[in-house]
Design a protein around this ligand. Structure first.
Ligand code: NAG
Ligand code: NAG
Ligand code: NAG
Ligand code: NAG
Ligand code: NAG
Ligand code: NAG
Ligand code: NAG
Length: 433
């Protein structure tokens, strides 16, 4: 059963309640007296406390070495040694005591005790800050003659799904759906089983049913598959309930069409998901960490994709070889900045908008550039970046994956089970993934 937001929510609510009570008292104090200063003393650093309130912090320093730091939602320091701070959500890196003093006779100290365990259990404690940044195109002009929905239907999108596993989104919908493009080979079948038994095991119930708020499905193109392969997939679907096949020819060059089909299936069969997370077969996921990181995104941007942005500002378009992009489909020499395809999140509203767009837009090969660079620009979908998502060019160790430094990482096949074991026994292996 996957129920992770619970303890954190409860804890946060408790803290929020304590702060809210304290702040209401202060607010009452302020309104009755007109003016006041209260003191924030921060004896020792280290604890991360989240305050969700329209709080105003006034501070008077009592000791020279005392310092209060207030971080915004995005992790930026909005006030250090601040005398007045007002933000909608504040994060203070302290266990602190509020006390009112100053011009008034009615002095009182408001203390808030923060349970040490809350801070130590913060799954994001080793994740780099800020928790996201917004990707902007640099030196790339969006030509609206191209980057717009076309008046006529021009792409044919698979609309029949010969296998469409019943339990993934029925009878109830998950909040989060992991979508993994896979292939109908025996090697890939072994790897799917490994995935179910390792990083994704928390998503499955005892009889492989998925009933929790995060679930997973594997996707295939089934046109051209022989009867034997279809039978194997049907059996796998009966057993694990996590197989979806679309009516298209599965091939390397059709990866964009595959993702288009996946997004279309999700929009149709899982319309109330908050987000779908695309994961490649060779990518390892720290599920708890990834879901916590997604929670940090600002609620003001509901249409988004989230992942690791391409290292190059202006990725070049390849015109020959396996990844060739015909000029007829994409006439420019550069792509907008896009997100690496190993792992990225698409929000529910963005899934809906994309599936509405696909029939009236060319399907450009290069799945990641297409979905996270081109389509996002046509639909004005926000692109969020965080470097803890998989990035092939960076050497990552098993240890860093276990320590919660990365939400996803590309790995060698043989490391999947090794990593899972190390996760469970807490061993910090220095091997490269
Ligand atoms: C508030 O805390 C300060 C510092 O610990 C202490 O000196 C003061 O007496 C306290 N005031 C009240 C009203 O408890
Ligand atoms: C923070 O609060 C906890 C729980 O009340 C306490 O154990 C800890 O000593 C405090 N830390 C500091 C730096 O005051
Ligand atoms: C925009 O792109 C179209 C092709 O889609 C091209 O014909 C046109 O010249 C471009 N406009 C500019 C200003 O580059
Ligand atoms: C992509 O899939 C379509 C639809 O099944 C098929 O007609 C086409 O031949 C495929 N292209 C490649 C390169 O496999
Ligand atoms: C995206 O933004 C551009 C420029 O502001 C606008 O012309 C276009 O209509 C928008 N597209 C959508 C789908 O909202
Ligand atoms: C963060 O790193 C420290 C030091 O390696 C480790 O002890 C701690 O468990 C890590 N935190 C999480 C949430 O994994
Ligand atoms: C923990 O798992 C790792 C990776 O499989 C393994 O190398 C190590 O021996 C295990 N340690 C213990 C104490 O089981």
């Amino acid at each position: 059963m996957y129920r992770l937001p619970r303890p954190k929510l409860v804890a946060e609510f408790a803290i929020f309640f304590l702060f809210a009570t304290a702040l209401i008292q202060i607010a009452l104090y302020l309104t009755t007296c007109g003016y006041s200063v209260y003191q924030i003393s921060a004896p020792k650093p280290s604890l991360m406390v989240e305050i969700s309130d329209n709080a105003k912090l006034y501070e008077t320093r009592t000791a020279v070495d005392e310092k209060i730091e207030v971080n915004s939602l995005s992790g930026d320091v909005v006030a250090a040694d601040a005398h007045e701070t007002s933000t909608t959500q504040l994060k203070a890196k302290r266990n602190y005591t509020l006390s009112s003093s100053g011009l008034h006779e009615r002095k009182r100290n408001l203390s808030i005790n923060i349970d040490q365990t809350i801070a130590n259990n913060d799954p994001l404690q080793n994740i780099s800050k800020p928790y996201f940044s917004i990707i902007k195109d640099v030196k790339f002009e969006i030509n609206r003659t191209y980057f717009r929905p076309r008046p006529k239907r021009m792409s044919s999108i698979p609309s029949s799904f010969p296998i469409s596993s019943g339990t993934v989104c029925r009878p109830d919908s998950p909040d989060i759906l992991f979508v993994i493009p896979s292939v109908a080979t025996s090697q890939a079948a072994i790897e799917r089983l490994e995935i179910r038994k390792t990083w994704a095991s928390g998503l499955y119930g005892p009889t492989w049913r998925q009933t929790s708020s995060a679930r997973l499905a594997f996707f295939f193109g089934s046109s051209g598959l022989n009867a034997k392969k279809m039978l194997v997939l049907r059996e796998e679907s009966l057993r694990y309930g996590d197989i979806v096949t679309g009516d298209f020819h599965d091939s390397y060059q059709n990866l964009s069409l595959k993702m288009v089909t996946i997004v279309t299936w999700v929009a149709r069969h899982c319309p109330s998901v908050k987000a779908a997370i695309k994961i490649d077969m060779d990518t390892y996921v720290n599920v708890k960490l990834l879901l916590s990181l997604i929670d940090q995104l600002p609620k003001t941007h509901s249409n988004y994709v989230f992942g690791h942005m391409h290292a190059w500002q202006n990725p070049s378009v390849v015109r020959s070889g396996g990844w060739a992009v015909p000029e007829s489909l994409y006439p420019f020499n550069k792509f907008p900045r896009y997100i690496y395809g190993h792992s990225y999140v698409i929000s529910g509203p963005a899934i809906k908008a994309m599936s509405d767009l696909f029939p009236s837009f060319p399907i450009v090969p290069n799945e990641d550039a297409f979905i996270t660079g081109i389509v996002t620009n046509v639909l004005n979908i926000t692109r969020f970046h965080h470097d803890s998502f998989a990035y092939l060019l960076e050497k990552r160790t098993l240890c860093d994956m276990i320590r919660g430094v990365h939400v996803t990482a590309v790995m060698k096949k043989e490391n999947r089970i090794k990593l899972w074991d190390a996760f469970n026994n807490g061993t910090c292996l220095k091997d490269i993934l």
